[in-house]
Design a protein around this ligand. Structure first.
Ligand code: VGL
Ligand code: ZN
Length: 197
């Protein structure tokens, strides 16, 4: 059995001062850096949007950030523009140790958002991560990073659907918590069999 740590979206825009700042988001950095000692394999995701991305409120005239709209694949939260490809906001936090093996970029198709490390929000377009992990014989996944209730939760739920075992280290995550989204995510994770540590 081989295990990996998957570090979700520890990027400047999700840290204090960033475009979609998660309260206390940078507090996860030292915790995650220390966790890396316990894993042979460390992977990262990086939210990586083009400027014309449909998840940005700016690209829907008249829409307020944090409102929702309906896209062909379902309901989509409209976010402030964040993690635009190549910008400082899209870069990893400067203190995050980057000694891992792979960075999976997601959310680069203008017409579809991608919270999960495995699937885009249509739940069918794959990022390729499951195949990578299977090729390497990795079966046990631990998740940490930002944000607990969106990209971390969606990734861990998809991990279980794909047949991996999944643990979320809650002390190494922080949440956006939009309209009860953290409580909802915790309930979904528990009922899916994800271990919350
Ligand atoms: C995320 C909202 C939009 C996340 C990414 O990393 O949780 N949330 N894009
Ligand atoms: Zn995003």
């Amino acid at each position: 059995m081989s295990k990996a740590l998957i570090v979700i979206d520890v990027q400047n825009d999700f840290c204090p001062g960033g475009a979609l700042a998660v309260s206390d988001g940078d507090a996860v950095v030292p915790v995650i850096n220390a966790m890396m000692e316990d894993f042979d394999t460390v992977l990262y995701t990086q939210d990586w949007h083009p400027e014309n991305h449909l998840s940005f409120a700016d690209n829907h005239p008249g829409a307020e950030p944090f409102s929702t709209t309906v896209l062909p694949y379902g309901t989509q939260v409209l976010w402030p523009a964040h993690c635009v490809q190549g910008t400082d906001g899209a870069a990893f936090h400067k203190d995050l140790r980057l000694m891992g093996d792979l960075v999976i970029r997601k959310g680069f198709r203008p017409e579809i958002d991608s919270y999960s490390a495995f699937f885009e929000n249509d739940q069918t377009t794959r990022t390729g991560l499951a195949g990578y992990l299977r090729d390497r014989g990795i079966t046990e996944l631990t998740f940490a990073g930002l944000a607990t209730d969106f990209c971390v939760a969606w990734s861990a739920l998809d991990a279980v659907k794909e047949g991996f075992s999944a643990t979320v280290r809650m002390d190494a995550c922080r949440a956006i918590d939009l309209d009860g989204s953290l409580d909802a995510a915790v309930a979904n994770l528990k009922s899916a069999g994800v271990t919350l540590a």
